[in-house]
Each structure stands twice: as structure tokens, then as C-alpha cells.
Design a binder for this molecule. Structure first.
Ligand code: NAD
Length: 256
């Protein structure tokens, strides 16, 4: 159902030019939400925003930079009047290298984008939500933040941090009417995973064999759960880290 612009819910999605973030933008837009698509790649975000229809905007920021984040949130509030939904989606892989070969620089960069990014954007958006007395934040976690996966140190630590930030902020900001949840996807067909597969650091066949549903996810399958958590349908859900992983983390051993 679409709403007139003045009453439509509004959302800011980070890293929305590609992959899961773009799918979240499409699903929310279909539900009548006005979407601000953030990315470090402004041109790609512009094209993504235009492709989902009129009324959506692209906003530039590197989410790990505080001054960028402030300007992005100001720009979004100026355009939409308020932010009802924030999705902290922007992220990078950590290279998928063994810990003994991982550089401190790459380790810190991974944490900066995932953890500092979610911290900075949440902190910048929350006062406006608190003023409204309502808001919904959804963070992108990962199976890698829930169970140990070799050669994913930085990424896993970042996603475990996201899961705990979700719980802490849910408890801290419930008094302002802000719900904070996360999804923890398994392996999803996006360029992030395509890069790992192309360079031999991930075998899709092994992922399929390890996943009870026997396949990887499509971005829309993650986006639909994010849209549910963002909506009033999930009005009593906060502090949850919801697995959307085809049973990957439920699976404890061999099938036979
Ligand atoms: P993607 O590479 O397809 O898209 C990520 C987007 O984030 C890109 O458009 C990129 O330009 C943007 N981005 C990167 N750094 C940024 C920054 N500093 N500021 C703003 N934007 C930035 O990746 P994806 O697979 O769609 O991943 C999206 C999120 O989902 C990430 O947080 C990722 O960790 C998480 N995730 C992905 C999978 C998967 O299998 N693909 C699984 C679990 C979790």
C-alpha cells in the first residue's frame, strides 16, 4: 500500500547502492516508505534511488567518518522531515585471510566501517527518533558474529560487536520508543560473497552442504525480514538478533 508523502514512513539505509541494502530499499519502497539510500559511491546510490521510483534520495557518506555521518543525517532530515527507520547495512569483507596474515590496518578498517559506522549513524539518528517518541533501527549482523568461522577474524569480531550493540541500544533506548534489532544472515548472493567465491576463498558447494535449506539466500529474503523488524508488525520485538540463514547456525552436525 502506498501512502501520501506527508504521512509516509521514512528510512535511511546505509550502503544501499548494492546487494542487501539495495534490496532493503526496494522492499521498503514497495511498502510505501520514502527511502534515503546512503553509500560511499554516490553515483551508484543515485542510480539505485532512481531505479526504485520517484521520491527517494541518494545521500553520500563514509559511515566510519563522524563529519560525513552528521551531514548525511542533516540532509536526510531536511529532505524528509524525519527518519522513522534506520538500517545499518554498510559493510565490507575483511579479505577472508588467515589471522596470521591479517594486517592491523585491514582489521581496524573492517571494525571502523561495521562497528564505528553503526555506532555513529545510530547516535546521529536517535535524538530525532526520541523527539518523535518512536523509531526502529535494524542492524546487519551475520552468522559470522554468532559462530566461529576460520579466517574471518575481523569480520566476525565486527559482527559480534554489532549483535551486542543491538542488545545494549535496545535496552538503553526503549525509554525513547526506539526499538533496535538485527538480522544475522547466512551466505547471500551479493558481490561481497561473489568476490570470495571468485578468488577461491569460499566454495558455494560447501555452503550448500552445510546449510539445512541447501542453498544460499537471495538479498530479498534478508530484506523482507528487515522490513518486518522495521515495521509496527514487530512492535514488541527489541534487542533480537534474528538468524536469516537457512538453518546454518541451527545445524550442529552431519545429516546421516
Ligand atoms: P555489498 O558489497 O554488495 O554492498 C555493500 C555496500 O556498502 C556497497 O554499496 C558499498 O559501496 C557500501 N559501503 C561500503 N563501505 C561503506 C562506507 N564506509 N560507508 C557507506 N557505504 C559503504 O555487500 P552485501 O553483501 O550487500 O552486504 C551488506 C551487509 O550485509 C554488510 O553489512 C554485510 O556484512 C552483511 N552481510 C552480508 C552477507 C552476505 O552473504 N552477502 C551475509 C551476512 C551479512
Amino acid at each position: 500500500m502506498s501512502h501520501p508523502p506527508s504521512t509516509a514512513r521514512t528510512a535511511l539505509i546505509t550502503g544501499a547502492a548494492n546487494g542487501i541494502g539495495f534490496a532493503i530499499a526496494r522492499v521498503l519502497a514497495e511498502q510505501g516508505v520514502r527511502v534515503a539510500l546512503n553509500d560511499v559511491d554516490l553515483e551508484a546510490a543515485r542510480q539505485a534511488a532512481a531505479s526504485i521510483g520517484p521520491g527517494h534520495i541518494a545521500v553520500l557518506a563514509d559511515v566510519s567518518k563522524e563529519e560525513d555521518v552528521g551531514a548525511m543525517v542533516d540532509e536526510t532530515v531536511k529532505a524528509f522531515g524525519r527518519i522513522d527507520i534506520l538500517v545499518n547495512n554498510a559493510g565490507i569483507g575483511d579479505g577472508g585471510v588467515a589471522t596470521l596474515s591479517q594486517s592491523l590496518e585491514r582489521f581496524e578498517k573492517t571494525l571502523a566501517i561495521h562497528v564505528n559506522g553503526a555506532f555513529l549513524v545510530s547516535k546521529a539518528v536517535a535524538p530525532g527518533m526520541a523527539e518523535l517518541g518512536r523509531g526502529s533501527i535494524v542492524n546487519l549482523g551475520s552468522v559470522a558474529g554468532q559462530i566461529g568461522i576460520p579466517a574471518r577474524t575481523a569480520y566476525s569480531v565486527a559482527k559480534a560487536g554489532i549483535a551486542m550493540m543491538t542488545r545494549v541500544l535496545a535496552c538503553e533506548w526503549a525509554r525513547y520508543g526506539i526499538r533496535v534489532n538485527a538480522v544475522a544472515p547466512g551466505y547471500v548472493h551479493t558481490r561481497l560473497v561473489a568476490g570470495l567465491i571468485a578468488t577461491g576463498r569460499l566454495e558455494e558447494g560447501r555452503i550448500r552442504a552445510r546449510t539445512p535449506l541447501g542453498r544460499m539466500a537471495e538479498p530479498e529474503e534478508i530484506a523482507r525480514v528487515v522490513a518486518f523488524l522495521a515495521s509496527d508488525e514487530a512492535s514488541y520485538v527489541t534487542g533480537a538478533v534474528v538468524p536469516v540463514d537457512g538453518g546454518y547456525t541451527a545445524f550442529g552436525g552431519a545429516f546421516d
